[in-house]
Design a protein around this ligand. Structure first.
Ligand code: NZQ
Ligand code: ZN
Length: 392
């Protein structure tokens, strides 16, 4: 593994068409092939209370639509596979996800599983092989947070074995996604806070690494962080504020649609550890990130201090002090940001069963053959145990 201090080579293709703005759901029919038979997938029913379900059904009035609700947060394998029978028996040709990251991720898995020829669809997750083909699908986003609406990743849970693992590949991009910021007004405060924290951490994972003179990518990343810091208090106070909602929504998409990651190292250790906390304790995804971040950056301070100091300077205007002092200010400002969203940052504030978590998680990483994670591939299972312990 060779560390370079210049921009990496890259390829960039993002085929997802975005329809952004007020009342864009009305344009849904134009984006779906005329003869399509649609399976509409959604979650626990929020769309029936906030009017999004009705808007979608009206827009699809000329199509044959079969529905499957009940995709839970942290989309569950044993529920998702029920869609495969419907797809076969109803001759479905197009999938439509109406929901947040969980519904879109679940739909991505179903899309891949529908065309999978192997023995068990779980192999798509277990094998960790890039997914190259899937049934075409679009999304109507109801919760800004994950960026799933414009990327080719998904995270799938299987409770039976307490596992939560990512899948990805060029076959998993949505054909289109509809982003109407008016949906934000119905989202509970807690989920808005989660969205802000998740998107914020997505940028951190692709930015708090080591400098490679990628001036533009750094400024893309900083501008998303600055925008989230600016709109957070406004949107938390008033989710009906369209100006804040539109900036919140587009920032979440831009945080994880691949653009800011191009040519730069990325970390993703916080997510890897966070997914384990969700698998073990069922803590909301964004909150697991808030639990791990400070410990991870403190534990890996030496390799990350340049970018942490740059973050403090450019996002929070910290001009005084040495590089190390600025870097520490960066870590403390991240924690303050999570707290300003009402998000707690210690594992013991979420569960009393935390004691064995560090060892359990480290052992799972060892069992999966993981040697090191992070931008330097050197965060070992032993480091993971120390980081999780620091997060208690
Ligand atoms: O299920 P319903 O009834 O729809 O309620 C949902 C759910 O309870 C509710 N909600 C969504 N939109 C709403 C609304 N309530 C009222 N009004 C609305 N407009 O919010 C709750 C949470 O929804 P969920 O989809 O689980 O949240 P989120 O978007 O944060 O997604 C989290 C999942 O995405 C994965 C996470 O691991 C987690 O499983 N991630 C996916 C990523 C990706 N595909 O790129 C990257 C992320 O890092 C993340 O790992
Ligand atoms: Zn995330």
């Amino acid at each position: 593994y060779i560390k370079v201090y210049e921009m990496n080579n890259f390829q960039f293709k993002n085929p997802t068409k975005i329809l952004f703005g007020k009342d864009q759901i009305k344009n849904l029919a134009n984006e779906i092939p005329a003869n399509a038979k649609i399976l509409m997938l959604f979650g626990g029913g929020s769309i029936k209370k906030n009017g999004i379900y009705t808007q979608v059904k009206e827009a699809l009035s000329n199509f044959e639509v079969v529905e499957m609700g009940g995709i839970p947060p942290n989309p569950e394998y044993s529920i998702l596979i029920n869609a495969l029978k419907i797809i076969k028996s109803e001759n479905i040709t197009f999938l439509l996800a109406v929901g947040g990251g969980s519904v879109i991720d679940g739909t991505k898995f179903i899309s891949a599983a529908a065309l999978y020829e192997g023995e068990s669809p779980w192999n798509l997750v277990a094998s960790q092989v890039p997914i190259t083909k899937g049934m075409p699908f679009g999304s109507v986003l109801t919760l800004p947070a994950t960026g799933s609406e414009m990327n080719s990743g998904a995270v799938i849970t299987r409770r039976e074995i307490k596992v939560k693992l990512p899948i990805s590949g060029p076959g998993l991009f949505p054909v289109f996604s509809i982003l109407d910021p008016q949906v934000v007004k119905s989202i509970p405060q807690k989920q808005i806070a989660n969205g802000l924290a998740d998107a914020f951490t997505h940028v951190l994972e692709q930015y708090v690494t080591y400098p490679v003179e990628a001036l533009l990518q750094d400024r893309f990343a900083e501008s998303i962080l600055q925008t989230l810091v600016e709109v957070a208090p406004v949107i938390l106070k008033n989710p009906s504020d369209y100006k804040a909602a539109s900036n919140f929504m587009w920032s979440c998409t831009m945080a994880l649609n691949g653009l800011i990651q191009k040519g730069v190292p990325s970390d993703w250790s916080i997510h890897a550890m966070g997914h384990e906390l969700t698998a073990l304790f069922n803590i909301d995804h964004a909150r697991t990130l808030a639990i791990i971040t400070k410990s991870h950056y403190t534990h890996n301070f030496d390799s990350k201090k340049e970018k942490l100091a740059q973050l403090a300077e450019r996002v929070w205007n910290v001009k005084e002090g040495t590089l190390e002092e600025k870097a520490i200010a960066g870590i403390n400002n991240i924690e303050k940001f999570f707290h300003s969203l009402g998000i707690k940052t210690k594992l013991s504030e979420y569960t009393q069963d935390f004691e064995g978590a560090a060892v359990t998680i480290a052992n799972r990483f060892i069992e999966r053959g993981m040697k090191g994670i992070g931008e330097n591939k050197n965060v070992s299972p032993r480091d993971v145990a120390e980081i999780v312990t620091m997060s208690y």
